[in-house]
Design a protein around this ligand. Structure first.
Ligand code: RIB
Length: 298
């Protein structure tokens, strides 16, 4: 494999931090407020870049003020940008409470207009291709059906959750979180043993490989039929927004370098944990040296 392409969403994240999340009908006072770029696609691309590989990022922004802010941020990262512009930039309203739990409402805006036509002229061959599900599923399927002979390794994050059989079966590695894994497998996950069973169900249902992101409980992979559990790297979390995206980007960049699944997951676990120690999604994503220094001392 010779590179990484991330095809996905890009948003402006409006983040409010308060002692507790509001209940329905309740107003709570925020003690901090941030405006940062986000979106699962852009987050994954930044995580790839910070962990040492220059990815291509393909996404769609609006023709507005938020697009300008985001473009300026993205240009500072080591990425090849293929950005399209039209309509309104996607917006995510993110409430975070002091325990680190969050609630997110997303207005997709121009993300929902990103079509395969917007990037079909870009040749993507023998690459890792990363998808999430904040762009039209048709766009993902069109890419898959038009590039099936191109030797790509497709990593799909089924988030937000839609169970699209074609997408799931045409992905080489699925990276659900615990909730998504329960939905894919059709069983509850209350323990690591349950996660193992769920991974077997997912791999046999979609004939591929899976990495289940278990958050503060670590992660579990079922790759080429081998199941491995990875313990978490313990940190004091303040905001878990984008931790799963950070995991995917760090995993892909280490996997491109090493093709070693276990080492890449250990690397991603640490990167994702570090990302929860600061506010926002990619502003808190770590750089490769930071992750490596921790791995060497573990
Ligand atoms: O996964 C976190 C991301 O989800 C946020 O950055 C927000 O934009 C939403 O898309």
């Amino acid at each position: 494999m010779n590179g990484i392409s991330v095809i996905g969403s890009v948003n402006i994240d409006i983040i409010m931090s308060s002692p507790k999340l509001p209940a329905t009908g309740e107003t709570v006072k925020a003690d901090k407020y941030y405006l940062y770029p986000g979106g699962k696609g852009a987050n994954q691309a930044v995580s790839v870049a910070r962990t040492g590989v220059k990815p291509r990022f393909i996404g769609k922004l609006g023709n507005d003020y938020f697009a300008e802010i985001i473009t300026n941020y993205l240009k500072k990262e080591n990425m090849e940008l293929s950005l399209n512009y039209g309509a309104q930039t996607g917006i995510a309203m993110i409430n975070v409470e002091s325990s680190g739990k969050n609630m997110i409402t997303v207005y997709p805006g121009s993300n929902s207009n990103l079509s395969y036509n917007d990037f079909k002229n870009i040749e993507i061959k023998n690459s890792i291709v990363m998808f999430q599900q904040e762009i039209p599923l048709k766009t993902i399927k069109d890419f898959m059906s038009n590039n099936s002979e191109n030797g790509n390794t497709i990593i799909t994050d089924p988030s937000p959750f839609y169970e699209d059989k074609y997408i799931l079966e045409n992905s080489d590695i699925l990276t659900p979180n615990e909730t998504e894994a329960q939905l894919l497998a059709g069983c509850e996950i209350n323990s690591i043993e349950d996660a193992e069973k769920a991974s077997v169900k997912i791999c046999s249902k979609y004939k591929n490989n899976v990495i289940i992101k278990l958050g503060s409980k670590g992660s579990l992979s079922n790759y080429n039929g081998h199941i491995t559990y990875f313990k978490p790297y313990k940190v004091k979390s303040v905001d878990t927004t984008g931790a799963g995206d950070c995991f995917n980007g760090a995993f892909a960049s280490e996997f491109l370098r090493t093709e070693n699944i276990d080492k890449s997951i250990e690397f991603a676990n640490i990167a994702a944990a570090l990302s929860t120690t600061g506010y926002g999604a990619f502003p808190s994503f770590p750089y490769r040296n930071h992750v490596i220094s921790i791995m060497e001392n573990e």
